[in-house]
Design a protein around this ligand. Structure first.
Ligand SMILES: NC(=O)c1ccc[n+]([C@@H]2O[C@H](COP(=O)([O-])OP(=O)(O)OC[C@H]3O[C@@H](n4cnc5c(N)ncnc54)[C@H](O)[C@@H]3O)[C@@H](O)[C@H]2O)c1
Length: 331
C-alpha cells in the first residue's frame, strides 16, 4: 500500500486530485493535510470521506512538528497543492503568501529529505514565467519573471525545490500548469465568479479591456498529468501542463453569458489589476513527448459541463460566496 501525502487537498485542484487517485488506485492511501483557509472546503470531499483509504488532517504545511510527524509515518509521495492562490489577495497582503507558499514548501521539503520520500511533487503555475508577447510560448526553459506577489512566492518555492534536488539529491518534480477550470473551483476566480454572478443576475467585473489571454485546461486533465509526472517524471525535471486553449477573458465571459442565455449588459469593465500579465501560453511538447500526455477535454465540452455543475451545486457556491466577498481572476 503506497501512502501519498496530498497537501491543500480541500481546495479546488487538490480535492479533484484526491478523488481521481482514490478512484484510480485501489492500493493507495491518501492523507490530506489542509489548513482549511477560506478556500478549503471539506464538502468537496464528501464522496470519499468514508473511504477507509482516505484520512483528513487539519493543519498548516508550515507547522514543522506536525509535518515531520506525518511524513515520518511512512509517506511514499508528497504532492504539494497547498497555497494561497488568489493574485488579488496577494496584492492586498503578500506576507501570508510567503508564509504558506515559500516557508510551507521548505518545511515539506525538509521532511521529505529527512524521511527519504520516493518523490516530492511541487504543483506550480505558469504565472512564474511572467507575461508573454503575442506568438510566444512558455517552455520549461523560459526564465522566471514573476510579476505579482503570488507568482513571486510560487517562483521562490520552485527554486527551493530545485535546490533540494541539486544539494541533497531529493527526488523531485515541478509541474507548471495554466489556468484550470471545473467543479469545486472557489467562486473568486474568473470562470466560477462569472458563472455564479450571471446566475444571480449580478455584474461580471472584467479587468481592463478584457483582452488578457490565458490558456485554459479542465482540472481533470491537470489531475491526469500530475498522476503521470508523479509516477513517471524524471527526477529533477520540470513539466509544463496546458490545455492548448488560449482565450481572452472577454471570450470566456461571452461564452458563459451565451450558455446561460444572459445579456451582455451584465459585463462591467473595471480598472485593470496592477501588474496584470497580458498573455500566457504554454508549450506542452515536453510532457507530450516524454510522458505521452495530452489534454482530453475540449473547451466547448468542459465549459458546458462546468456551467451545468454550478447550476446543480448551487448550495455549494452560495455558501462559499457568503463566506467571502467576490473578486476576479487568478490562475
Ligand atoms: N487554479 C489554477 O488555475 C492553478 C493553475 C496552476 C497552478 N495552480 C496551483 O495549484 C495549487 C492548488 O490551486 P487551487 O486553485 O486548488 O487552490 P485553492 O485556493 O482552491 O486551494 C488551496 C488549498 O490549500 C489550503 N491551504 C492554504 N494554505 C495552507 C497551509 N498553510 N497549510 C495547509 N493547507 C493550506 C487551502 O485551505 C485550500 O484547501 C496551488 O499551489 C496553485 O498555485 C493553480
Amino acid at each position: 500500500m503506497k501512502k501519498v501525502l496530498v497537501t491543500g487537498g480541500a481546495g479546488f485542484i487538490g480535492s479533484n486530485f484526491i478523488c481521481y487517485m482514490l478512484n484510480k488506485y485501489s492500493d493507495y492511501r491518501i492523507i490530506n493535510l489542509d489548513k482549511l483557509t477560506y478556500a478549503g472546503n471539506l464538502k468537496n470531499l464528501q464522496s470519499v470521506e468514508n473511504n477507509p483509504r482516505y484520512t483528513f488532517v487539519r493543519g498548516d504545511i508550515a507547522d514543522r512538528i506536525l509535518v515531520d510527524n506525518l511524513v515520518g509515518q511512512g509517506i511514499n509521495y508528497i504532492v504539494n497543492f497547498a497555497a494561497e492562490s488568489h493574485v488579488d489577495r496577494s496584492i492586498q497582503d503578500p506576507s501570508l503568501f510567503l508564509c504558506t507558499n515559500v516557508l510551507g514548501t521548505q518545511v515539506l521539503l525538509e521532511a521529505a529529505r529527512k524521511h527519504k520520500v520516493e518523490k516530492y511533487l511541487q504543483i506550480s503555475t505558469d504565472e512564474v514565467y511572467g507575461s508573454l508577447d503575442e506568438n510566444d510560448f512558455f517552455t520549461e526553459d523560459t526564465p522566471l519573471a514573476p510579476n505579482s506577489p503570488y507568482s513571486a512566492s510560487k517562483a521562490g518555492a520552485d527554486l527551493l525545490v530545485r535546490a533540494y534536488h541539486k544539494t541533497y539529491g531529493l527526488p523531485v518534480n515541478i509541474t507548471r500548469c495554466s489556468n484550470n477550470y471545473g467543479p469545486y473551483q472557489f467562486p473568486e476566480k474568473l470562470i466560477p465568479l462569472f458563472i455564479t454572478n450571471a446566475l444571480q443576475d449580478r455584474e461580471l467585473p472584467l479587468y481592463g479591456d478584457g483582452l488578457n489571454v490565458r490558456d485554459w485546461i479542465h482540472v481533470y486533465d491537470h489531475c491526469r498529468a500530475v498522476d503521470l509526472v508523479l509516477h513517471r517524471g524524471k527526477n529533477g525535471e520540470i513539466y509544463n501542463i496546458g490545455g492548448n486553449c488560449q482565450k481572452t477573458n472577454l471570450e470566456i465571459t461571452l461564452t458563459i453569458l451565451s450558455i446561460l442565455k444572459k445579456p451582455r449588459s451584465l459585463i462591467k469593465y473595471v480598472p485593470d489589476r496592477p501588474g496584470h500579465d497580458r498573455r500566457y501560453a504554454i508549450d506542452t511538447r515536453k510532457i507530450e513527448r516524454e510522458l505521452g500526455w495530452q489534454p482530453r477535454y475540449s473547451f466547448e465540452r468542459g465549459i458546458r459541463e462546468t456551467v451545468k455543475w454550478y447550476l446543480e451545486y448551487r448550495d455549494w457556491w452560495v455558501r462559499a460566496k457568503h463566506r467571502t466577498a467576490g473578486g476576479d481572476e487568478s490562475d
